[in-house]
Design a protein around this ligand. Structure first.
Ligand code: ADE
Length: 229
């Protein structure tokens, strides 16, 4: 059985832990489909204060993650699993999307990703030399890599067969067949405050429903995300 493993190098395990112990991420762990481990970057800090950051050469605001604690933390994981790949959430990375999530989930063998969560103003550029994937969550700046790490993990783990309830759930949703949004869905009641469920969905005619849903994907995309077309 394929299982995906994430080792998260962070100063703030407490920010990630509750999410990974909730709902689908927890279910994936319980079923043995995913494993989440933490490495405390502070353990690799320098000097009596276990310092992990320093001021930038050339001046400027803020502090930068130093190379030594980061390299040593990554090395401690790679010593046990040399094939583990390093992901760095960073605004300079490739913008994360569903296709990339699918590629990470579709590793038909066991796979291990190390996610390094930077904090403070940034990191020493030389850290990039040990990174396999630089990933940006979008054109905005966050205070650290913890939220991106959770988003990357969540979007990958939910695609692993067996994690979601319905085997097809991950296949019919938005972006699964390109850049289209998902068709609109409805549940009970049939009418709510004068708003009705489209007649076709109540018809029991599966061919017609399928056709309607295909049309709706385009309509939804044109309406909400014309930039994707
Ligand atoms: N760190 C700070 N901002 C980020 C972003 N937009 N994506 C990934 N990592 C980040």
């Amino acid at each position: 059985m394929a299982m995906i493993k994430f080792t998260i190098i962070t100063l703030f395990q407490e920010a990630l832990d509750p999410y990974l112990k909730t709902s689908m991420m927890w279910k994936a762990t319980e079923k043995g489909l995913a494993e989440f481990n933490f490495v405390n970057l502070r353990d690799f800090g320098l000097g009596p204060h276990k310092s992990v950051d320093d001021t930038p050469y050339g001046g400027g605001d803020g502090m930068l993650l130093r190379c030594e604690p980061v390299f040593n933390a990554i090395e401690s994981v790679k010593a046990k699993d040399p094939d583990a790949k390093v992901i760095l959430p960073t605004p300079v990375g490739e913008i994360w999307n569903q296709k990339m999530a699918r590629e990470f989930a579709n590793t038909f063998k066991s796979s291990h990703y190390i996610i390094l969560c930077p904090h403070y103003e940034g990191y020493d550029e030389r850290i990039l030399s040990i990174v396999d994937y630089k990933i940006s969550l979008g054109k905005y700046v966050l205070t650290g890599g913890e939220l991106p790490a959770l988003i990357i993990i969540d979007s990958v783990v939910r695609l692993i067969p067996g994690v979601l309830g319905g085997e097809n759930s991950a296949e019919i949703e938005s972006f699964s067949d390109g850049d289209n949004l998902e068709y609109p869905q409805y549940t009970r009641p049939q009418e709510f405050m004068g708003l009705k469920v489209p007649e076709v969905l109540l018809s029991g005619n599966h061919a017609k429903i399928k056709e309607w849903r295909e049309e709706q994907k385009i309509i939804q995309t044109k309406k909400y995300r014309p930039d994707l077309l």
